[in-house]
Design a protein around this ligand. Structure first.
Ligand SMILES: NCc1[nH]cc(CCC(=O)O)c1CC(=O)O
Length: 316
């Protein structure tokens, strides 16, 4: 079976991991690198690439529908909410660390960074959250793969950069950094989770489904439901994080929407029962709208003028 992947180091590490997991099940695979348009326009902020981050995913969908690959591996947080029914997510892998990490040039913790320190991030959510927490800091756009981002930090172009911890873990980088609490830095929906897509009804679907991790699937679904009513239609500052309690009786849900400058935000933070959790999450999603969440998301979208986002709900 052929696993299709983007060529970035992170995408390759994720695809190689799926190959390893399948091999342990006795399934041999080979990797095929697919170059997507998102990889070609690395000079623009992500939210300004046509179709948003979802463009990467759609191009792999096309290659899979054409039969060139059997399995596609994605960072789940980059996947649009609406998916073709013929391309099911056969497995949601066990989640890695869902939180963001701050790496600073000289190891200074967030609370001790001098005023006007420059923080690099490509995520509107992280920028808004950091400005809310430390309005005296300056955020600057930071694109490129993880290597490029780390190089820019080392060169002193930034005093600190924000990344998903999971990306560093998957690349095997063990760097000193500060894990940011979801109480102040609610992660992007599905951050830290890898999804494996196949064509429906195939042998690939059957073998990949053995890799599915139930609690990660439940948590990621809840996270999507929580923010599904917000609209905005694009990359807006939204976080959503669901954590199943150790006794598996409850789910701790957090979700928030911020203005781009981080000055305004609405937030929910509750425990819901595991049984009937999807309905409760739907209710909470409506509450987030009533609290003004949709207004904030739409305002953010209006301010991001000049970009041409697709109809996807992509938040990071
Ligand atoms: N938006 C890019 C992206 N997509 C997935 C990850 C990291 C891995 C993950 O969250 O699963 C990253 C990099 C980052 O946010 O720092």
């Amino acid at each position: 079976m052929i696993i299709g992947t983007r060529g970035s180091q992170l995408a390759l590490a994720q695809a190689e991991n799926v190959a390893r997991l399948l091999k342990a099940q006795g399934v041999e695979t080979s990797l095929k690198i697919i170059k997507t348009s998102g990889d070609r326009f690395t000079d623009r902020p992500l939210h300004a690439v046509s179709g948003g981050v979802g463009a990467f995913v759609r191009e792999l969908d096309d290659v899979m529908l054409a039969g060139e690959i059997d399995i596609a591996v994605h960072s789940m947080k980059d996947m649009p909410t609406i998916r073709p029914a013929t391309l099911p997510t056969a497995a949601v892998l066990k989640r890695d660390t869902p939180f963001d990490i701050l790496l600073t040039y000289d190891g200074t913790p967030l609370d001790e960074l001098p005023e006007q320190s420059i923080i690099g991030t490509s995520s509107l959510r992280r920028a808004a959250q950091i400005k809310r927490y430390r309005p005296d800091l300056i955020t600057q756009d930071l694109r490129g793969n993880i290597d490029t981002r780390l190089r820019k930090l080392k060169e002193g172009k930034y005093d600190g950069i924000l990344l998903a911890k999971a990306g560093l873990e998957r690349l095997g980088w063990e760097l000193e950094g500060e894990i940011l609490s979801p109480d102040f830095f609610c992660p992007s929906p599905n951050q830290g989770t890898v999804a494996v897509v196949t064509r429906a009804g195939t042998e690939a679907e059957a073998v990949v489904s053995r890799l599915d991790h139930t609690d990660s699937r439940i948590a990621t679904e809840i996270e999507r439901i929580l923010i599904s009513e917000l609209g905005g239609g694009c990359t807006t500052p939204v976080g959503s994080y669901a954590e199943i309690t150790p006794d598996r009786k409850e789910i701790h849900v957090r979700a928030e929407v911020l203005s781009l400058d981080g000055e305004e935000s609405v937030r929910i933070d509750e425990f819901i029962p595991m049984l009937g959790g999807l309905e409760e999450a739907t209710e909470l999603g409506h509450r987030l709208v009533e609290m003004g969440g949709r207004k904030l998301a739409e305002d953010a979208l209006l301010q991001l003028s000049g970009n041409s986002c697709g109809p996807d709900n992509l938040y990071d």
